[in-house]
Design a protein around this ligand. Structure first.
Ligand SMILES: Cc1cc2nc3c(=O)[nH]c(=O)nc-3n(C[C@H](O)[C@H](O)[C@H](O)COP(=O)(O)OP(=O)(O)OC[C@H]3O[C@@H](n4cnc5c(N)ncnc54)[C@H](O)[C@@H]3O)c2cc1C
Length: 296
């Protein structure tokens, strides 16, 4: 990618070259970002997007890195990172969260301020921006269930507010197109009965018992096909514990591939191919990747 540092001078952002993305990804895999930009403000982020548009530079937004796989060779693009924007403020029954705030910190704030409605998102290691982009959720709650307003930088590099009526999320997809989410407003319940905390504990215990939460992964690796849960299909094909190098099909939940040491993106994709083939042979079902691939 041909670019010049000069182009970004008006953007008031910290710009670095060749930043390793593995430490910023949950699975700890992947090479570097050609250009890595941390804008100071929404206006600065919008200016970064406009520079990319003007010069035809590919760009991506990195959130908590919990649903991406970066190629071992890295990614030839401008990676915009908002992890420093971590404010969560209360306004009446609303919590207004900056895109870089983590979901755990949002949930903590809702607990402290005795607001409820987000409990079902407990244990998802995302940032607010990433949770919105993917409409992260569980069988209990999805991120969009409580969103009343979003602030985004649109595909032309302009800041816009989107109200609830204009939003069309679907299963694990915010359907927002090529935007940068900068802020989300969640409308919550004004009371927090004791049962809410009990329910949260229960959900967390259930998650901890059924998923390899202490290991490095990208969450569910495949989408659930209509026929059956991907994990059940992989397990039925006898693939729990299957390995390529340091990447292993979790023995706790077969739709999680875990990095047990120094796994690589190549190893992970080789394991993906092997699992797809064996499930195809065993059940006649084509498994589709859920994780987002960067730099392939
Ligand atoms: C242990 C584990 C458990 C998980 N459990 C669940 C679960 O229960 N439910 C669930 O839905 N998911 C789950 N996931 C997957 C993951 O947490 C979600 O997909 C989450 O939405 C990803 O958010 P992120 O901030 O990590 O985004 P990233 O992984 O960094 O990025 C994912 C996508 O969002 C985009 N994005 C990130 N930030 C922004 C932004 N500010 N503006 C625009 N686009 C942005 C990226 O460009 C990318 O396309 C789990 C993952 C792990 C590792």
């Amino acid at each position: 990618m041909e670019w010049s540092r000069k182009w970004f001078e008006p953007c008031r952002s910290v710009l670095r070259e060749g930043v390793a993305l593995a430490p910023l990804s949950h699975i700890r895999i992947g090479g570097s970002a050609c250009v890595f930009v941390e804008p100071w403000s929404e206006e600065d982020a919008a200016a970064v997007v406009r520079v990319c548009l003007e010069h035809g530079l590919p760009w991506r937004v990195l959130g908590g890195g919990s649903n991406i796989l970066v190629a071992d060779e890295g990614i030839d693009a401008v990676v915009i990172y908002l992890g420093g924007w971590n404010r969560v403020e209360r306004d009446g029954r609303n919590l207004i969260a900056s895109a870089g705030a983590s979901l755990p910190s949002l949930l903590r704030r809702s607990r402290e301020t005795k607001l409820s409605g987000l409990e079902g998102l407990i244990g998802i290691p995302a940032q607010v921006g990433g949770a919105v982009a993917m409409n992260a959720g569980t069988h209990v709650t999805e991120t969009f269930d409580r969103i009343v307003q979003l602030r985004v930088i649109d595909e032309f590099g302009e800041l816009r507010e989107l109200e609830r009526d204009a939003l069309r999320p679907s299963y694990r997809n915010g359907n927002l197109g090529d935007v940068v989410v900068t802020r989300a407003t969640f409308e919550l319940e004004d009371e927090r009965p004791a049962e809410v905390d009990e329910r949260m504990k229960e959900l967390l215990l259930r998650r901890n018992a059924s998923q390899p939460v202490t290991q490095r992964s990208v969450g569910c690796i495949f989408k659930n096909p209509e026929e059956e849960a991907a994990g059940a299909l992989i397990q039925a094909a006898g693939l729990m514990g299957e390995r390529v190098g340091d990447i292993e099909v979790s023995t706790k939940h077969a739709n999680y591939f875990v990095n047990t040491g120094h796994g690589t993106a190549r190893q992970l994709l080789d394991l993906v191919e092997r699992v797809q083939e064996r499930v195809r042979d065993h059940a006649g079902v084509e498994l589709e990747l859920e994780v987002q691939l960067w730099g392939f």
